[in-house]
Every structure is written in C-alpha cells, then in structure tokens.
Design a protein. Structure first.
Length: 258
C-alpha cells in the first residue's frame, strides 16, 4: 500500500462553523493513492510543540486536491487554523484500511459529528460505481451550525439526506441513530463513523436486523504506522485491534463494544 511523506501546499482554509475548519491541500500523490476511510498524519507546526502528528480522515479527494475536515480541540488543531494559501504542511499518508467499496448494495451511510468527514469521500466513490439508488444518508450533530454546510454538500451530490441535531435546530430532534431502524430493511450494508456510543448503537441495530456494518474508529494516535501500539481497541475474539493498521475501518462484529 502506497504511503508518502511530503510537504504539501495549502490551497484553501475554510471556517465552516465556530470551531470547525476545512483545509485543502495540493497533494497529488495522496490523491492518487487514497481510498475512502483512510487517514493522514499531519505535523501541525514547525516547532517541537506540539511534538506528535495528528491523525485526520481524508474528507475529500477531487482531482489532485485533498481536503481535511477538523475541529479545534487543542493546541495542534489551533495551530492548523493559522495556515493559509501558499503555506506548506508536512503530511504522511494515505494510511490504514478504508471502507469496502465492493460490498453489496444498496448501502446506508451514517455519520455523527466529525465522523461525517470520511463519508463524503466514500459517497463520491459510491456514485462512480453506479450501483443504483441508495437510501438516505443519515447525518447528526449538536446543532444546525455544525451540520448544515456538510449536509448540503451531500445533497448536491444527489443523495437524499436525513439530519438529526441534539437541539432540534435541524432535522430530527434527537439522535441520528433514531432514524436508522426505519431504513435498515432497505439496505444490505451500513457504513458508519462517529462517536463510539453512536457507532456501538448502530452496530447493535444492524446486528438485530442482520445487516452487515462497517465502522470507522477514531482513536488517539502517536505514529499512525503501527509502531507505538497506542491506538488499540478491544477485539471481540480477544486481544486488541490496532486502529492504524487493522483499521480504521473494521467490521462491527470484530469490535468488543464496551
């Protein structure tokens, strides 16, 4: 599997909400090799503080442009917001195992919060396969401000989108998982990314309905290459899975949901 470490030029920095940004890079090598669900490791600054790279899902690949969606949660991501067109950023990737593109259809995509990030890349690839109509994409977030722009972009691709917000400001007032039961009878595969409690619920819903489910796990990573062994999750058969190498996309029945 090809992976590269290079400095790539920033093409655009967008602020989508108060603390949510999208960074677009001129990254032809990553764009040519990436698969939906893979990630990159980004050095967020030139100094040793912060020391470690940060993992980001590959959000979009359009031509030679790679876009990363991120939320400001600490010093590293705050440093990223200072980048603008013409600046460069050191990136390693693409890394990890992505979503199954050859699985059965129709399929349903479910995203929560920043877990929506890799689903846009996946949705574009699904369209290129021309597998026929798919059921609605389900997207959830805390508020309309966090969700509206992203939901609109899926709609622009031609998908029907159902939304849920914690405060009821957009779509269903409640959890995005509450929208899934009415759709499961129409699908043969569910692909999901979001907070662990949300993915655990989706995995159980799919298990009851006997629908295969793939989850994209998000964990803290120090290297992203399988060397530090820090990004583990408990496996159903015992032991652990290493998210950076075994995943980040796994079959839901491989994970021991705690």
């Amino acid at each position: 599997m090809a992976e590269f470490q290079e400095k790539y030029t920033v093409l655009r920095q967008e602020q989508l909400a108060d603390d949510i940004f999208r960074l677009s890079l001129d990254a032809p090598k990553i764009a040519a090799a990436a698969q939906p669900g893979q990630f990159v490791m980004v050095r967020t600054g030139e100094s040793l503080d912060p020391l470690l790279r940060r993992p980001f899902s590959i959000h979009k690949v359009i031509g030679e442009t790679v876009a990363l969606l991120y939320k400001v949660v600490g010093k590293g991501t705050r440093v990223l917001t200072s980048l603008g067109p013409g600046d460069s950023v050191d990136v390693v990737g693409p890394l990890g195992r992505g979503f199954d593109l050859d699985g059965p259809g129709p399929r349903c995509l479910v995203g929560g919060g920043m877990g929506i990030a890799p689903l846009y890349f996946l949705a574009r690839q699904i369209l290129q396969q021309d597998t026929g109509p798919n059921p609605p994409i389900l997207l959830g977030a805390r508020t309309r401000a966090e969700l509206q722009v992203l939901a609109d972009e899926f709609t622009e691709l031609g998908f029907v989108v159902l939304t849920a917000t914690d405060d009821g400001s957009l779509g269903h007032h409640g959890l995005v998982t509450e929208l899934l039961d009415d759709i499961l009878h129409r699908v043969r595969l569910v692909q999901v990314c979001g907070p662990v409690p949300m993915m655990r619920t989706v995995a159980r819903q799919c298990d009851r309905a006997r629908v295969p489910c793939q989850v994209s796990l998000e964990t803290h990573m120090a290297c992203g290459l399988g060397a530090c062994l820090g990004c583990t999750c408990p496996a159903r058969e015992g032991g652990y899975k290493h998210v950076c190498k075994d995943g980040p996309v796994l079959s839901a029945d491989e994970v021991a949901w705690i």
